[in-house]
Design a protein around this ligand. Structure first.
Ligand code: FE
Length: 209
């Protein structure tokens, strides 16, 4: 009987990652795939199926309250109205004054890829996954987001059958902006909840002061 590899306490690499790498080298070796082809697929997820899709969803929700209601009721169905893939069940968490939502996957790296593409490296890091649950306020501060002490922070743990996306608050002073321009204010980090959407610094929006 072949010697079995003893389980180790250190999780050097998740099993699906090693398995994927092994499959990839095998397929490339057999000439069934090229590395260029694989790179193109990865690029597609990073750029085309990236956070831009989620940003469009958020902008639509800001300008269309009926859509926002449908999005909050059933995210996976609502995003199909914008031509997006249904993906896993999607719960959209609405930030509001006094309530800020943050998304994590404490177990691994479950992520709403249908709206945000591939997760950033930090999202998969053990430090983020463990600390954001215990001390969300401190973690957000490290991301440059200092919330008022009175703001309640809700941390949501994703799983393979339930994904979360944050619907950031529409920044003040953006009343005159078009839906397309509003989408440019919505970052990936704001939809994970480690940032907020911010109005353009100056010039682009008619000043109110
Ligand atoms: Fe996960």
């Amino acid at each position: 009987m072949a010697e079995m590899t003893a389980p180790t306490t250190a999780h050097l690499e998740p099993y699906p990652a090693s398995r994927t790498k092994a499959l990839e080298s095998l397929l490339v070796e057999k000439g069934l795939l090229t590395t260029d082809h694989i790179d193109a697929i990865v690029r597609r997820f990073e750029q085309d199926i990236g956070p831009l899709k989620g940003a469009k969803v958020v902008a639509r929700a800001w300008v269309d309250s009926d859509f926002r209601a449908r999005l909050l009721a059933d995210g996976a169905s609502a995003i199909m109205e914008l031509g997006l893939e249904r993906g896993a069940p999607l719960v959209v968490l609405e930030n509001m004054p006094g309530v800020h939502n943050v998304v994590v996957c404490t177990l691994c790296s479950c992520y709403p890829w249908s709206v945000l593409g591939l997760p950033p490296t930090w999202y998969k890091s053990p430090a983020y996954r463990s600390r954001v649950v215990i001390e969300p306020r401190a973690v957000l501060r490290e991301f440059g987001l200092t919330l008022p002490e009175t703001t309640e922070i809700r941390v949501w743990d994703s799983s393979s059958d339930l994904r979360y996306m944050v619907l950031p608050e529409r920044p003040a002073g953006t009343e005159a902006m078009t839906e397309a321009d509003l989408a440019t204010l919505v970052t990936r980090d704001a939809m994970i909840g480690v940032a907020i959407a911010q109005a353009p610094a100056s010039g682009a929006v008619a000043g109110t002061d």
